[in-house]
Write a protein that binds this ligand. Structure first.
Ligand SMILES: Nc1ncnc2c1ncn2[C@@H]1O[C@H](COP(=O)(O)OP(=O)(O)OP(=O)(O)O)[C@@H](O)[C@H]1O
Length: 127
């Protein structure tokens, strides 16, 4: 059986980070959904800054935003893998892509709810 262990090296870790950053760049370059997430992330961060939300509220917002980005990244990775494995129509590829897209939708809905819970009292106080 093939050994899958590698010796630790700093250069190897730097290369790993470069690969990860190139994955994030690829997602931002090719996924219109990622542009929407980026716009939403900037809007939420600016609103939270202007309302001076508390440290714990920042934590919830960061976690909710991260959940959306992570699900979008995994969805994108799965799409690439599906397209490589089965470029032609396949019913299981459809199920796989739709389930992954569902994960993005669920995380986006959850993040919207977190945003509503946190921002509503601040908006109400300014009315
Ligand atoms: N190779 C394939 N085999 C079967 N179904 C596929 C295949 N490629 C895409 N689909 C299905 O076709 C539909 C459209 O997919 P497509 O990826 O074009 O758009 P999408 O879901 O809006 O994703 P995105 O927003 O990332 O472009 C989805 O239901 C998807 O599951």
């Amino acid at each position: 059986m093939k050994e899958n262990t590698k010796a630790f090296s700093l250069a190897g870790r730097v290369k790993s980070i470069q690969h990860a950053l190139s994955g994030i760049t690829e997602m931002l370059r090719g996924q219109p959904n990622a542009w929407i997430h980026l716009f939403a992330t900037l809007c939420v961060a600016l609103t939270a800054y202007l309302f001076k939300v508390s440290a714990s509220e920042w934590c919830f917002l960061v976690l909710a935003i991260t959940a959306v980005w992570v699900s979008e990244a995994l969805n994108t990775a799965l799409e690439f893998l599906c397209d490589a494995a089965s470029p032609d129509f396949h019913p299981l590829v459809k199920k796989s892509k739709d389930v992954a897209a569902g994960a993005v939708l669920l995380s986006a809905i959850c993040a919207s709810i977190v945003g509503l819970i946190i921002f509503t009292p601040y908006v109400a106080a300014h009315l």
